[in-house]
Every structure is written in C-alpha cells, then in structure tokens.
Design a protein around this ligand. Structure first.
Ligand code: KG4
Ligand code: ZN
Length: 352
C-alpha cells in the first residue's frame, strides 16, 4: 500500500446521514470537484432522517454522484491513486452504502482505501478556509465542532492529534435546533429555519437558560467545559404551552440566542484558561449560522486571535472534508473491508 504522503489524487465519499457526496482532491489540498446530492426533500415529510429511506437513496444515488465527481474534476478513473470514505459515526446502513461503493472502486483500481472518521473530516474542513493555509500557523487551534449529532470543543495540536475540552452530555446543538424547530412547526433541518424566522423578531428578549452545566457529574461526562441542550428543548416546550400567543419569530430568536450563546460562552471560557491557543475555528453544519459567526468572531478577535470560518458548502456534510483527512494526516490504509461503525471513536483523541 502507498504511504499517505504519496497520494496525488483521491476520490472521497460521504454517506453517513442524508447527503450522498463524492469529491476528487489532489495533493496538497486542492478540491478538484465536490458533488453533494441532498435527500432533505425525501425526509422532510417525516420531520427528520428516516434511516431505511436514507440507505436506499444512497444506493440509488452513489453511482451517479461518483461518476459526476470524477467527470467534473476533468480527470479519469485511472488518475486516482486512493479512495477515502466515511466509516462512522452515522447511520450504519447509510455508511455501509458508501463504504461498499468506495471499496469496489479501490479494489477495481488496485489503490489504497482509507476509512475516515466523519467528525475528523469536519475538523479538517477548516483547512478549506483562506485563513488556514498551513497547519503549523494555526495550531494549537481551538475547534468548535457543531453538527446535527455532535457538539464538542477540541484542541487540535496538529492534524490527527486532538484533545477534547468539552462535549455535550446529552443532545447536540444541531439536534436542539432541529427538535426546537419541530416544536415551532418548522421544517427539517431546523437550524436554517430557526435562523430565518428569528431574523423577523421585533422584540428580542432572551428567555431560555444556557446549556452550560456545572458540577462534577457533568464534568466527568462532558470534560472541563461540558454542554447540555436537552433542558433547553424542554424549556421551549413548556414556554410554548404556557404562552401560545407569543410571536413565533420572537420565540425562535430567544431559542437560537440560548443555543448560540451557550457555544460562545464556552469558547470564551476556554480562551480565558488556555494561553497556548493560536486560532479558533468553527466547523460543522451549525457553523453556517450567522448569529454564531458574528458573536464568535467578536469574542475571538477581541483576544487578538484569528477566527477561521469554513466556506458554507464545506460546513454541512460533504466529501471534500473526508478526502482532506488522509491528505492532512498520517493514517493507515485498510487491508480488509472495514465495518461501518455508528460509534467510531475519534483517533488521536485524549479527554482532558
Ligand atoms: O454537519 P451537518 O451537515 O451534519 C451532521 O454531521 O450532523 O450538520 C447538520 C446540522 C443540522 O442540525 C442543521 O439544523 C444544522 O446543521 N444547520 C444549521 C444551519 N444550517 C444547518 N444550524 C444553524 N444555523 C444554520 N444556518
Ligand atoms: Zn456531519
């Protein structure tokens, strides 16, 4: 098997949830094509992702998405010298669809296969930012990882070397937005819907509690800077029952405010404690949120640190970020077909 540093051009595949995506990247970190086929409309009638439906749609879409990614890169299959695929976390049957397609390509072409941690892909997406060209310049970086399924604060010493400073002990921030949107009668995914509705709020009150739990138990489960969002969702339900006539835009504003300020407060607390950090990045689908971006930028720049924002298409699930992992880190190729792992632990991860 070739060593990672010899990869010139690779095909990457992402199918962990409701996006079927493929990309072609070349060394050192050039995206030559990135195709994302979203299933959002298929799942919208159900108010969330239906695993069986997702897997079926991935199987249908993958051959087209793969061919399109190779065609749009302007290269041929023979120009590829590696394949990288999301192995987990995610929905197992959806992951399996991408892994099988990628494994078939790698065996047919006789090239190495890299199983990638989906969240490490999100972290690597920060290198698609203009502000983060060289790892040595930005590390140690504080990375706020906010997706539909995970919320964590990581200290990245180098690509492939992470320390977890905090994580959610229950729901993720994106999950809180998706569930909150449902309570407000909005479509899936809830984050962008809440952001749109909140921007119409006339009165901008903040009623809901922040999700920053204290106490030893929370720290044991969530690290020194733990998050908790399940209570916030309950507060919203109780509020809607008690005050059904409050304008929905104002409720959406207050709810979004609570989620985003929880995240911003924790970032600020870490920066207060850790003087080694040289930059701050926000990655994952929730990183698209403008309220979050503005608040984070203000706090981070007030400490004279660079704030790294990921271009929008690379915040939500995509395959380019998956391809970035073997290009940016040392990793071993798989010699046997890797099992999909919904609970795959992040390698190189230490809990402080
Ligand atoms: O990273 P991602 O595409 O998928 C996962 O790995 O989970 O993140 C999806 C999450 C969803 O919870 C969605 O509501 C949220 O990202 N999201 C947003 C925005 N756009 C997507 N949340 C807040 N504001 C947005 N503009
Ligand atoms: Zn994701």
């Amino acid at each position: 098997m070739k060593s990672p540093k010899l990869i010139m051009r690779l095909l990457a595949i992402e199918s962990s949830c409701d996006e079927t995506a493929a990309a072609v990247l070349s060394s050192p970190l050039q995206v030559e094509s990135s195709v994302v086929a979203s299933q959002i409309e298929d799942h919208q009638p159900f108010g969330g992702v239906v695993p069986e439906l997702a897997a079926r749609e991935h199987v249908k879409a993958l051959p087209f998405v793969l061919k399109q990614a190779v065609a749009e890169s302007g290269r041929g299959w023979e120009d590829l010298d590696a394949v990288a695929v999301s192995q987990g976390p995610g929905l197992s049957s959806s992951l399996l669809a991408g892994l099988s397609a990628g494994w078939a390509v790698s065996r047919r072409l006789g090239i190495p296969f890299y199983p990638v941690h989906h969240l490490e892909g999100h972290v690597m997406s920060l290198f698609f930012s203009q502000q983060a060209q060289e790892a040595e310049e930005v590390c140690p970086a504080l990375v706020l990882l906010v997706t539909g399924g995970h919320t964590a604060l990581l200290k990245m010493t180098a690509p492939g070397d992470y320390e977890i400073l905090g994580r959610s002990i229950d729901d993720a921030a994106g999950e809180a937005l998706d569930k909150g949107a449902r309570l407000l009668g909005l479509d899936y995914p809830g984050g962008p819907e809440i952001e749109r509705l909140a921007s119409d709020a006339v009165r901008r009150d903040t009623w809901f509690p922040l999700g920053t739990p204290h106490g030893e138990e929370a720290k044991k489960r969530g690290g020194p800077f733990p998050f908790s969002f399940s209570g916030l969702k309950t507060s919203l339900r109780v509020f809607l029952e008690r005050e059904p006539s409050t304008a929905r835009a104002e409720v959406a504003y207050a709810y979004q405010h609570a989620v985003m300020h929880t995240l911003v407060k924790r970032v600020d607390q870490v920066l207060q404690n850790d003087r080694e950090i040289r930059s701050v990045a926000c990655v994952g689908g929730v990183a698209k949120n403008q309220v979050l971006n503005q608040e984070l930028r203000a706090r981070v720049e007030a400490r004279a640190l660079p704030f790294i924002t990921v271009p929008g298409p690379y915040c939500t699930d995509n395959a380019a970020m998956i391809g970035a992992v073997p290009l940016m880190t040392e990793m071993d190729a798989a010699d046997v077909f890797p099992a999909a792992d919904p609970n795959l632990p992040l390698r190189g991860l230490r809990l402080r």
